[in-house]
Write a protein of this length. Structure first.
Length: 186
């Protein structure tokens, strides 16, 4: 089994050898590398030159690889013309016009039914939205009333607690103002 020798070249050298542009050489190298025929060797840095390993016999062959045979317009037989459709109906054909009118009438009726259904759906949605808004307003009113009731209860409780704490302070001050022997005797 003979060992294949490889040549390491740049995109520019590939472009010169095959008579294509540098971008074409890059694409050609990518495609051949994807098939496993060539190998792309990137540099260590993104700005380094990229090298490609190509089989030596493919790179040094006397003729550049040709994609396919050149086109000769005299080769082959002419294709058959496409088959013609049946003749179109006469524009003044009454039967065709009647059929078209009935189809359009049916389509119009279907579209009208769809429109009526859509309008009904819209009306139902608007009604449901109005009911939901009314329920929300009612719930907000109840919540506000409950908040006000709780606030008034809390204020009343605070006032009562302040009154009781003031009374307790005054009793304590009065008790402290007595001499110690009176405090003991009660």
């Amino acid at each position: 089994m003979s060992e294949t020798r490889f040549v390491t070249v740049t995109y520019r050298e590939i472009a010169e050898r095959f008579g294509i542009g540098i971008e074409g050489a890059r694409i050609k190298a990518k495609r051949r590398a994807a098939k496993g025929l060539w190998r792309i060797i990137p540099g260590n840095h993104p700005q380094d030159i990229i090298r490609v390993e190509i089989p030596e016999d493919e790179f040094t062959s006397s003729q550049p690889a040709q994609r396919g045979a050149t086109y000769n317009p005299n080769d082959g037989t002419p294709t058959t013309p496409p088959q013609q459709e049946e003749e179109r109906r006469d524009a003044n054909d009454i039967d065709a016009l009647v059929e078209l009118i009935s189809q359009l009438t049916t389509q119009s009726a279907v579209m009208t039914d769809r429109l009526v259904d859509a309008e009904k759906g819209k009306a139902e949605a608007e009604r449901d939205a109005a009911i939901a808004r009314a329920a929300l307003a009612s719930a907000e009113a109840r919540l506000t009333a409950m908040q006000e009731g709780y606030l008034s209860d809390l204020k009343e409780l605070r006032d009562r607690m302040e009154t009781e704490s003031d009374r307790a302070r005054s009793e304590l001050a009065e008790w402290k103002a007595r001499p110690w022997w009176r405090r003991l005797a009660g």
